[in-house]
Design a protein around this ligand. Structure first.
Ligand SMILES: NC(=O)c1ccc[n+]([C@@H]2O[C@H](COP(=O)([O-])OP(=O)(O)OC[C@H]3O[C@@H](n4cnc5c(N)ncnc54)[C@H](OP(=O)(O)O)[C@@H]3O)[C@@H](O)[C@H]2O)c1
Length: 296
């Protein structure tokens, strides 16, 4: 007699069944003003901070091509990330960019300084407009949000939001989410840092604010934590063959999460990360098992 887990493994071993599951792309499908975002996007902090004149652009074009070919859309950057926006501007026209959803941030105090910085970012990316503009780390958000609303009204951006990370300033973020009308919010959530489950994620769901998750691998720290640990046998039930999928599926299976933005400078890692769009996602019980196993 097979138990549930053995039965699932048996089903997955059947070519027809595993093929069907593996090819099903999970998408947010939230039809937010007609925008459909796959649940895995990409970040650019550190990984894309390279002077385009001094690197092999082909490597970054390859990373983008793997991303777009797997259905990726959201790329997140910021003027805080050194040369990342310039590198994007150099490689995006060379990539098979099917459906970019461009997100960047304003990260400077002052109204006119913010406007100048946002215009410079759009120019660096080589675009005419951005899809999403965040206020980075809530810096001078009271000044910037009225500008962002004005830009959205003019059609220079489509969506507005604010970010934070590393569990910082959650009280202030909650306050902004409570009192301001935002399209998106971005903060940290991963299998090791689950603080956002208590108030941020429920508030976002309650207010209908779309959630972008930064640091889904805790800036790589999660891989170091499991360096000598095998994936659990039951990871096969959610079609995970590597830790990247395991970590990302944990994040994107939270019902309030719209999209996670893992960053990588490696083509093979991008391939692994995009595999998290394939197969099924863990249910509530399995999410708890994932945490227990990670912490054991
Ligand atoms: N306040 C904010 O607005 C804020 C703050 C933090 C982050 N962010 C955004 O969120 C993005 C993601 O956060 P993050 O960059 O801190 O960290 P992350 O995505 O959690 O982790 C990135 C690290 O994981 C490694 N990695 C990626 N894929 C891997 C794989 N398949 N196997 C093994 N290692 C892998 C990368 O190294 P390799 O290059 O070797 O793959 C890199 O060192 C940022 O890039 C940025 O766009 C925003």
């Amino acid at each position: 007699m097979l138990n549930r887990r053995q039965f699932n493994q048996y089903l997955l071993s059947l070519p027809l069944f595993s093929g069907l599951v593996a090819n099903r792309v999970q998408s947010a499908n939230y039809n937010f003003h007609g925008v459909d975002l796959p649940k895995i996007g990409m970040g650019t902090w550190i990984t894309f901070d390279q002077n385009p004149a001094q690197v092999n652009l082909g490597k970054y074009v390859d990373i983008l091509n793997v991303f777009f070919a797997a259905g990726g859309r959201m790329i997140d950057s910021s003027p805080m990330y050194g040369a990342a926006q310039q590198l994007l501007g150099a490689v995006l026209p060379k990539a098979d960019n099917t459906d970019l959803f461009a997100a960047t941030k304003v990260w400077i105090p002052g109204k006119q300084m913010g406007i100048d910085q946002m215009n410079q970012s759009i120019k660096s990316w080589g675009l005419q407009h951005m899809d999403l503009m965040f206020v980075h780390n809530l810096l001078d958000w009271e000044t910037h949000l009225p500008t962002l609303r004005d830009w959205r009204h003019q059609g220079k951006i489509k969506f507005i939001g604010v970010t934070t990370s590393h569990g910082r300033r959650h009280a202030e973020l909650l306050d902004v989410m409570q009192n301001e009308k935002l399209d998106f919010v971005q903060f940290t959530y991963n299998i090791n840092d689950r603080e956002a489950e208590h108030r941020l994620l429920p508030m976002a769901a309650d207010k209908g604010i779309k959630v972008i998750i930064n640091r889904p691998f805790q800036t790589g720290g999660l891989f170091r934590r499991v360096a000598n640990k095998p994936l659990p046998d039951w990871a096969v039930e959610i079609q995970c063959v590597n830790w990247a999928q395991f970590f990302l599926k944990f994040v994107i299976s939270h019902p309030a999460v719209t999209c996670a933005i893992p960053a990588t400078s490696q083509v093979e890692h991008m391939r692994e990360n995009m595999q998290a769009l394939k197969g099924s996602l863990p249910d509530h019980a399995m999410r708890q098992e994932m945490v227990q196993y990670f912490e054991s």
